[in-house]
Design a protein around this ligand. Sequence first.
Ligand code: GLN
Length: 546
Amino acid sequence: MTKYIFITGGVVSSVGKGIAVASIGTLLKSRKITVSVQKLDPYLNVDPGTMSPYQHGEVFVTQDGAETDLDLGNYERFIDVNLTAESNVTSGQIYSAVIAKERRGDFLGGTIQVVPHVTTEIKEQFKKLAEKSQAKVVIIEVGGTVGDIEGQPFLEAIRQMRNDVGRDNVLYVHVTLLPYLTSTQELKTKPTQHSVNELRRIGIQPDIIICRSDYPISEGIRDKISLFCDVERQAVIPLPTVDTIYEVPLLLEEEGLGQLVVNKLGLKARKPDLSQWQELTRRIKEPLEPVNIALVGKYVELQDAYFSVREALSHAALYHNRCLNLLWVHSEDLEKDDTDTLLRSAQGIVIPGGFGARGIEGMVKAASYARNNEIPYLGLCLGMQVMVIEFARYVVGSNEPNSTELDASTPYPVIDLLPEQKKVKTKGGTMRLGNYPCQLVDGSRAANAYEKSLVYERHRHRLEFNNQFRTLLQEAGMVYSGLSPDGKLVELCELANHPWMVSCQFHPEFNSRPSRPHPLFRDFIGVAKDILREGAQPSLPLPSNL
Ligand code: GLN
């Protein structure tokens, strides 16, 4: 019988509920209990693929090609699993499914209602993941905060699950925030009491409350929450803000959360082995020499838009015993300001994914700067397209080469729509999505990084390298280091006469893990760390006779 853990959020959003979920998964996995995870998003979009990164942050792509919430990236990185489309359920999907069934006549004669039709559809999604994953425990995070209008059907569905599958098979965990009042110098529990009341009003009594706070939580505060919220004292778990998210599983374990969950769900468990996490956080906390990497993007005001890229860079930096010093460079600033001023301390330049024309010319300037100054460069999806545009402009000696996404009438469409994309009219879920194979070319930097000849990587794009320009750019020094197995699509390219300028049409950032950095990120940082730039000079050893 699958056991379910439902996680709700109280007081405010963005308190790190996703990290708490990922950490609970880690604690169970460390006890050899199999887990899978699902995120319920109350918005009416079918998936976040059509939302602006400013609204939603990064769109995380699963290997089977679903465009999902960025929390899934944290689940994958923490629990080290590859999730599938079933792990992200939105209100948009639920309502579309219910209405499609109604049109088909599945409910003939009936009035379709939120309870039971919508809630039944939601519960089917829980069971579908349980069956597909065969996990012993399925952890389900309800997005948003208790009290949100859109979240009500999800909360009602998780309430019903207690009776459907039995009390012993369901656990409710509530994650709240304890705000700090500077004037009285104390943490306040009232908002937590209110959000627990709100949960109780709809019939859910939390079993465990995780209290996020920027300050240490006293025993008195724990007693108070235990009393007012009717939760055992040991089930009030403090979670103060920490330097690195990778420390959260260890903190929760110290507070006894792992054993508590095992006891409450009656799980068979081994002794937890968190040595990998202890080692990881020990290394993160060591004083390490920084490596300065410029991330040139157009959504840099909202750093969540590049969540997996940032994580992948820091995993790679840690591998080389460096700490990542990320310089967030707005590509539109590069269009106005002097490139050297903005990039002169960067030991490496990353251009991540993106859509639309805004800020592209700034990215092209950054690619040009990397090529001319021999600065390591990693292009991710749009970053590869930018590298190709820049190189083509240099080869033909004009600013005309472009992508047809940015200039439909360019005489040099070096990046163009994929043939199968030309007939696509609708926007949602229609890109080239998910895992595709890529054959690596022996002796290339990419093949050396992977140490393999065939790899699978996750995609999310409509445009591609235009093969008409393959010979022209190849003769000038571009190497096509990864191709689709039929040889038709350029998936990876690099420059022969440059220390490390490598780009890929896919998104390797989604496959990086804290203790297993992605090979391309690893080698990029490996070269970047030895580049000397302004502010990056190591201190000179003083001669002993001074
Ligand atoms: N806009 C480009 C395309 O659709 C790049 C997409 C991306 O960077 N994910 O091909």
